[in-house]
Structures are given as structure tokens and as C-alpha cells.
Design a protein around this ligand. Sequence first.
Ligand code: C2E
Ligand code: MG
Ligand code: MG
Length: 685
Amino acid sequence: MTPLESLLRSTIESADEGILVLDHQGHIVLQNRRVAEMWNVPPELSQTSDARALIHHAVQQLADPDGFLARARTFDRLAATPTHDTLDLKDGRIYERRSIPYRVEGAIAGRVWKFRDITAEREAQRALERSEKRYRMLFERNLAGVYICTSDGLITECNPAFARMLGAETPSAIIGDRISKYHVAPAERLELTKMFGPGSAIPAIELGLRRLNGSELRVLESVARVEIDGAMLFQSTVVDINDLKRAEEQIRFHAYHDVLTCLPNQQLFRDRVRVGIAHASRNQKNAAVLIIDLDHFKKVNDTLGHTMGDEALVLLAERLSGVLRKGDTLARPGGDEFHLLIADLDSMADVERIARKLLHIVAKPLRLGDREVFLTASIGVALFPADGLDDETLMKSADNALFEAKQMGRNTYSVSSLELNRKTSERFIIENHLRSAIDHGQFEVHYQPVVNARDHTVIAFEALARWQHHERGLLLPVEFIRIAEETGLIVPLGELVLRRACSDAAAWQKNGLQNVRVAVNISQKQLQRSDFAGLVEQVLRETELPAEMLELEITESVAAEDPEATIAVLRKLRDAGIRLSIDDMGTGYSSLAYLKHFPVTTVKVDKSFVSSVTTDRSDAAIVAAVIGVAHSLEMEVIAEGVETDEQAAFLHQQRCNFLQGFRFGEPMKIDEWLAATVTPVQQAR
Ligand code: C2E
Ligand code: MG
Ligand code: MG
């Protein structure tokens, strides 16, 4: 072997391919070992120079030997063109076969055949194709949105689902946009892509996307970095979690809220109480827990049905929520109860004020369909830290207090810790017995005469409420009027006095005291009632008392509060012929000039001025001035609390029209007045 031949030989042997050179006569000119390996050539065949035996051996290994032979027969041995095909073997291997002619002295002498095992390569390619197809399907038909974008956020591809998510008809509407256009907070996603290490994927995070129409949706987006054709791209998978989010929120909300009123439920309330307690003890403040229980609510359900009952609860929940401060929590644990946590309490008086306010709010008429319903509540109050240091104990104390409140006849509140002290207190008794006192006729009306300043003849009697308390004897208004006003009980009480006074006055008209009017004190609370004027007219009709025989007294402060509404009611009353007076003039801050807007007939100068008209020059001056101004406004003047002849003389001299006071008679029962024809009071003319 020449050195050249030796070099050629080793080159051929080192090739990965099987190389076989055949001449036109069917002789094997050259073959390398790889041929024998690839075609499993047995040793006895490897030395032969007869190509046919080798070819026959090889063909047996092909998957389709007949097909191969048919093709071989048509093959033009002298063709100058190279050939290229593949051979499938029975065992699944695939060989690539290439051939080129070789020449000797310019003429084609035979062919060089090369075989390469491409089984693995093919397999890899098929796998790639399969995965590509699968990927396409995943991409196109994915329910999740998928998009690919460049590192600076340009969307290069997206699937229909992603387009739909953003409210676009087709992916083409989105492709070419920057993804930042769709992220509610583009910075969020930027942060996301910055988190990548080389080749990493990051777990899904929650983001907001903005649709083409501006609405927002919450999604889970996971991003993977992919290399496509040498470019580094980001592929995101986006799952719409709006529905999930809503459902989750709903579930979370209902786990902690009452379905009907949407107020916090028992569990959340307890939680808030615990937090409230912790907060209060840290800041050395008080807190209170109130249980508000609607009285006889079952009746509403029974008579109006449960739908109306529910409606009532919703309306009440709204009303009650309206009075809360920021840190307070109103809850509905169920049934006809509401629970209230008052955080950051400064004083005991605050709780009582709030409890009264709540009672007042519940007591306002409720419109249910075409009905007006009147409800009341009982409230149990427990204070932190006095009534318990934990939520459990506090709730128990509040519940005990509630029981107490119900025992007292409902429509009231009771404070747990103060119970013992309060039981003996005046206010306690009054507040809690007031209602039953009204119901059980413990109220009386006494009358005090008003006389003409000139001749001291009686022109009217003022009706004054008296409480005949079964244990404590006769109670004067100073002991109960304010409480009655605060609890709203002044309304039934005032109505009772009005009826009694009118019917008594109608009676004395017939019993010789013709033209003696009756004056009745009216509270602001009564005036606020929807149809107070209607009530008065009805009472007048029922008692057959002429309207001009009735005078209603309202205090100066009443006139100052909500003047427009008050004026409207007063005008109605005045139009009906009823006389109106301003009581306790001088104790408020309004000027007489202001009062001229009110259709009043009379001004009653307060007894605090009258008592000192003869001793105090400035009081004397004030009274004189009030009389003067009232007259110029065409109002008459009554001086209250006249106790001495001197006072009476001074007032008469100042042209005060009428006088009232102990000098002319203390308040007494009407029977006593009627019987006392021998009293200094003379029959009115
Ligand atoms: P008022 O309307 O100014 O009634 C006059 C009060 O002065 C009465 O007190 C009467 O007893 C008292 N008085 C009369 N003459 C004299 C006197 O010469 N000297 C002194 N020191 N006092 C005299 P009373 O009956 O205790 O009533 C107090 C207030 O209670 C009344 O003041 C009135 O504002 C209110 N009140 C009484 N009854 C009712 C009622 O039925 N409804 C309403 N809303 N308020 C009422
Ligand atoms: Mg009065
Ligand atoms: Mg008065």
C-alpha cells in the first residue's frame, strides 16, 4: 500500500457511514467495516467481491424487499446524477442511502454508495413534530390565554383565548401591541420578568388586566422564558380568575356576614369584640357591648308574614347602622337581635345616650308595604372592663342586662354593672315605670288658674301633669318630663293629658265656667309626630270642646328647633282656631322679633323673671320690655309664678294681660276647683 492508499483507507474506515464502491460489472471495488456492521454481514460474506451476494443479504433485511428490487431494476447505472433515498429496515432502523458515480479516465466506471443510520435523528425529528403539533393544539385550543412577547413587552403571538379575555375578536387585534397596555399595573409584570434567572420559569402570580373596553379582570399569570430561533422570548399563560375571585369573596363574605342584612354575623362580631377589648385595655378606655332585642317581633312575622318581617329587619339594620361611629360594629347574629360593639367609650353617659338613641330610632314608625308598623326594642348593655374582661363574659352580662330590661316592661335599656345601684335610683324607677304608669292610669292632670291682670278673674286653667306613684306618692313634672321626652314616652303621656284636659274643659264649660280656656303643654316630640294637628282636631271633636277654648303651650326652645316644620304645624293649629303660646319666655335665647315668625297668640314670661320684678331692677326692665315688644307684635302676655300682690301690681301696671301663680292658686284637681266656689277665684265673665 502506498502512503496515499494507506491514508485513503484509514479515512474511509474512520467514517461514520458505510461506504461501498461497486463497478459496473457488479464487483465490489471497496467497502469499509461500517458496511459490514450496518448490514450484519457474516464473516464468510465480508471477503467476497461479488456484490450480488452482499446485496441479496442486505435486501433480506429491508422492510419492503420487493419494492426495493423493483426500484433497483429500473435504476440507470450509468446515470451521472447522484441519488438520495432512505431504506426502512425490518427492525425499524432507517438508513439514508446516497450514491454518486465515479469515473475512470473520464468515463463512469461505477458508483460509490454511502449508508448512514438516521434512526435516532428521525426519531428525534418525529418527536419534535409531535411535540410541535401538541404545542400548537395547546396554544390554539387552550382555555387559558397564552401569549408570547419579546423582552421589551411586544406581543408576537397569542392564542384566541387570550384575545377573548381582553375582549378582542381575534389574536391579530392584540399581536403587535405592547403588553403593558393591558396590565393594570405594568410595573407588576416588569417586576415579574426581572425575577428570572437564566432559563427559569416563575410560579403564577395574581395580576390585573384591563380589557379593551376598560373593564378589569383578575388573572393568574405564569411566565416562562423560552428561546425561539435564537431570540429570548417570554411565554405567559394567563388564567381568568375573576369568577373564582368573586366566588371566593362571596364565600368569605357570607362566612362572616348575615345573608339578610349583610351585617357582620356572630363570628365576626365576636372577633371584633376581642379586638375591641384588646384595643380598649391598651388605651385604658372603656368599651360596651349592647344586645338589642326587638320586642314582640314575632307578631310582625305572624301578622304580616315573614317577607315583611325580613323587610323590617333590613330597614332597622339600615337605621341602626346610621347612628354608628367609625369604630363601632353592628351585627346581626340572627333572629330579631342586633349586637353592637361600641369601642373607645369615654363615659358611661355616652352609652346611655346611645342606648336611648337606639330605642328612639327603633320606635320610629316603619313603613312596610302600605302599612305603618311600630316596633320597640329592649337593650342589654355590658361594659368593659366592669362587666367582664373577655368577650364571653361580656356577652353573658349583656344578656343578663337584656333580661332585666325585658323585666322592666321592655322598650327600655338596662346596664349590667349599674343594675344594683340603679335599682334604687330615682331615675331608674321613673324611667322604667313610666310606661306602665301611663297604661295603668297613674297620671292625673292638675289645673292652675290663669287670671286677668286687671280684675283677677279666671280666664283659663293650665293643665299640669302629676304622677300618682304607688310607692313614692305624688311626683311633679320636674321628676319625669325630661325622661319622658328622652324615651319618647312623652308622646302617649302628652296625648293622655291633652284628652283629659279637653274633656275636663268641655265639662267645666257646662258647669258654669263658660269661656274659661284650658292650656296644655306640648313637647317638641309631639309636634314632630306626623299628624299632630290632626290628633288635636280629633280630640276636640271627640270631647266637643270649641277650638278657641284650647291653648297649646310650647317652649321657646321648641320654636327654635327645626323652625320651618314647626311653623307649618303651628299654622295648621292656628288655622283651626286653637290659641298658641310661647312658654317660659326668656329662658331660651330667642328674641321676640324672631318669634314673630310663629303664629302665636300669647307669650308667657318665665317665673324666674317674675319672682324678682319687685327686687331686681334689670329683671323689671326685661319684663317691661318683653311686654312692650309682645304687644307691638300683637301678642298677649301672661306672667308666670306670681306669688305676691306687689308682683301682680307691678305687672298690671306694665300692662301685662294675664297672671298665673300661687298668689291666685296652686295646681289642683278640677273637682277641687269646681267645688271651691268659695275660693278667691271668681267666675270669669
Ligand atoms: P310650665 O308650663 O311653665 O308650668 C308652670 C309651672 O310653674 C308648674 O310647675 C307650676 O306648678 C309652677 N308654678 C305655678 N305658679 C308658681 C308660683 O307662683 N311659684 C312657683 N315657684 N312655681 C309656680 P309644674 O307643674 O311642676 O310643671 C313644671 C313644668 O313641667 C311645666 O312648666 C311644663 O313645662 C312641664 N309640664 C307639666 N305638665 C306637662 C305636660 O302635660 N306636658 C308637657 N309637655 N310638659 C308638662
Ligand atoms: Mg306651661
Ligand atoms: Mg312656664
